[in-house]
Design a protein around this ligand. Structure first.
Ligand SMILES: NC(=O)c1ccc[n+]([C@@H]2O[C@H](COP(=O)([O-])OP(=O)(O)OC[C@H]3O[C@@H](n4cnc5c(N)ncnc54)[C@H](OP(=O)(O)O)[C@@H]3O)[C@@H](O)[C@H]2O)c1
Length: 266
């Protein structure tokens, strides 16, 4: 069976960087996104790079259990072997928890936590146990501490970092490598660009381009690291969060975040 790397959120800012790097490494791809037209555009844009690899695409709302099953069935029907999954899709919601409609909060939890866990488990079960299987999950520096005013998003990412780190140990010696990457800001969307800008020097020091994040993440996966924090400043911030109590960190981070949000244009 031919080997493929599956990338969720392939059409997003960071997803595109992963797609380019994986294709240039000569790996076949299953691109997963929420819109057929976005996937078609992505394939058109990378036409030359995709000349030397096989590319399949599939529309899947990761928040939907039936859609996740359809994706698994698609893989079975194509008779291909997924040997690497990049869990990159994520819903970034920011602001006070009370201001969101129920659906927005549930969607973030369903995509970031439930969808990622369910798809990862299904694909691990389908692996060839004699061959290496790799899981790279995009979490966030936000998983290092509680984040008032961005509480739901940070908690979904804390779930991911905790779960994937535990699974990395659970699967030790079983041909499954599990790595979680925790970037700071990535200027992928206009909201994230504005967010990084409003954080001033700290925001600039914490930020990294999608290309840099993808490169560091794939290097960490290759080195079989359980958790990869992107950038020296972010490693320092993650280190501090281990020294102080979660309650203390919540107060400090909450103040910084509130100040930054008040400076935003949107
Ligand atoms: N930007 C940052 O500052 C930052 C920092 C740390 C971590 N991250 C993480 O990095 C990852 C990529 O984010 P990004 O910055 O590249 O943002 P982005 O451009 O908005 O990409 C997010 C991706 O998630 C996918 N997605 C959203 N809802 C989905 C659903 N219901 N089902 C399937 N896919 C869904 C989107 O797919 P479609 O495009 O097909 O709709 C999109 O490609 C996320 O996990 C995010 O949490 C981002």
């Amino acid at each position: 069976m031919e080997k493929y790397t599956l990338i969720t959120g392939a059409c997003g800012g960071l997803g595109r960087a992963f797609v380019k790097m994986i294709a240039s490494a000569g790996e076949n791809l299953v691109l997963v996104g929420t819109s057929k037209s976005k996937l078609d555009d992505l394939i058109k844009e990378n036409k030359e790079q995709f000349n030397s690899v096989k590319v399949l695409d599939f529309v899947c709302n990761l928040a939907d259990k039936k859609d996740r099953l359809k994706l698994v069935n698609f893989i079975n029907e194509k008779n291909i072997q997924i040997n690497k999954i990049i869990n990159n899709a994520g819903v970034i919601i920011e602001g006070d928890m009370i201001k969101f409609e129920d659906d927005e909060i549930l969607k973030a939890v369903e995509v970031n936590c439930v969808g990622t866990l369910d798809l990862t488990q299904k694909l691990i079960k389908m692996r060839d146990e004699n061959k290496k299987f790799e899981v790279l999950t995009v979490s966030s520096l936000a998983s290092s501490y509680p984040m008032p005013h961005m509480a739901v998003y940070a908690a979904t990412k804390a779930f991911l970092t905790s779960m994937m780190t535990a699974l990395a140990v659970e699967f030790k010696g079983k041909n499954v490598v599990i790595c979680t990457v925790c970037p700071g800001g990535i200027p992928t969307t206009k909201e994230m660009k504005e967010s990084i800008k409003s954080m001033g020097l700290g925001g600039r020091l914490s930020a990294a381009s999608p290309e840099k994040v993808a490169k560091v993440a794939l290097k960490g996966l290759k080195k079989k690291k359980k958790v990869v924090i992107v950038g020296g400043f972010n490693k320092f911030l993650a280190g501090i969060s281990k020294i102080f109590s979660k309650s203390f960190m919540a107060v400090v981070v909450g103040n910084i975040w509130k100040k930054s949000q008040s400076k935003r244009k949107f």
